[in-house]
Ligand binder design. Sequence first.
Ligand SMILES: Nc1ncnc2c1ncn2[C@@H]1O[C@H](COP(=O)(O)OP(=O)(O)OP(=O)(O)O)[C@@H](O)[C@H]1O
Length: 464
Amino acid sequence: MNKQDEDRLRQLEEENRKLKDYIRLLENKNNTLDNTVQPKESTNVDPSKFYAYQEVDKLLTNQQISRFSRHLLLPEIGVKGQAGICNGSVLVVGAGGLGAPCLLYLAAAGVGRIGIVDFDRVDISNLQRQVIHTEDRRDQPKVTSAAISVKNLNSSIQVDTYDEPFETHNGLDLVSKYDIIVDASDNVSTRYMVNDACIIAKKPLVSASAVRFDGQLTVYNYGPDCPCYRCLFPEAPPAETVTNCADGGVCGVVPGIMGCLQALQVLELLMIKGGGGDGLNVLSRRMVLFQARDTTFRTVQLRKRSPTCAVCGDHPSITQLSHMGAPACAAPRSFEAISSVLNADNRASVMQLKDVMDSQGEPGGKYLLLDVREPVQFDIASIPGAVNVPLKDIKSKPQQVEELINNVGGDPSNFPVYVMCRRGVASVSATKALVTQKSFGNVKNVDGGIDEWIRLVDQRFPSY
Ligand SMILES: Nc1ncnc2c1ncn2[C@@H]1O[C@H](COP(=O)(O)OP(=O)(O)OP(=O)(O)O)[C@@H](O)[C@H]1O
């Protein structure tokens, strides 16, 4: 360490010591004001020595000084940084896996006004990672549940709840009410809408995603040459290439980590806005990639803002919000609509499958029940007698199915094959793949799959 650094360090230590004394003094003063607490005797500190900290009194209340003292002790945060946090406002889109930890840390850090927008209700499968919700709040709006937890943590902040989707008609209005926006949603359409709204309303956007064991984080629309989401992804990816947590799964801690990192970026932005945040580098034009399998973080440089970007480019064509892909809260396509592409001969209802099972016994010798889910899902639960051949194998090696039929002495040209999956989507593809093979003469998709089986036949089958 050089002499200059040593001097600076000594100076900081001295300032910290004084600040600690000052905080102690104020704590004593607060306690005196609070009649339930006996006043502590001040040590031998003379308040007249602390004229240098008069400014503190103006930026933060005494209660805030006591509450956030551990922040104030950090030179990077200091009084101005904390005041920036306390006076700041943040809108969090999505109170799910990312939003839950992010909201809790924003509240704990004292962000003055927090807006929460989500249209969903608390489901038991959320609790594995959405730590802001609780068992007794099942079926409650997520925004209400999140607001309760946030207020329990810090009653002094203002919480605005929006029990509705962030949409084309309300997005701009919502964004314009807050300093910083957090995208904690889970779908492409919302990502584009939130991005575009932030560009149009000139707000920094802290964006993250988490699925399986992977997380990503960046800050858009902040600093010179910073690209926006649309600069990086001008076209929405095909729907079938996007994996969400409900289908792909997610290790609960991963969104926890990424949501905390989002909170950190928000706090840095607010500190800087308040005039503090010395030495803090906001994650703009860089993206953090977290890989939980071997616990690695990687930071990659992002390309510059694109001058041809449709929303932040030199000649933007987008000035209003619109959808890229299906709206987040639109009802998913019904299984009836999905299976209607098949001929009636190639379809069976779950009740028809049940009748076959009741009359002919478990699948095996007289008919085949092909479960085309991934093995990891088949292992969760399956119908007795079902055989697991994942969709990709059916497409690449349909002869596997022929072998299964041959093994029980059947003739593929008329042996009944029922094809099933979780929701009746993959099974339609599998049925189509088998039907196009001339060798199979009696293939039926089980419409609606296991979800429908649970609804109409067996409620004891675990839903996931
Ligand atoms: N346009 C939107 N407006 C408001 N909230 C949204 C929007 N799009 C997504 N969300 C919310 O973002 C949250 C994302 O959370 P998460 O990724 O953990 O998924 P989930 O839907 O809660 O759970 P799962 O995918 O396992 O069913 C959800 O609560 C969802 O309702």
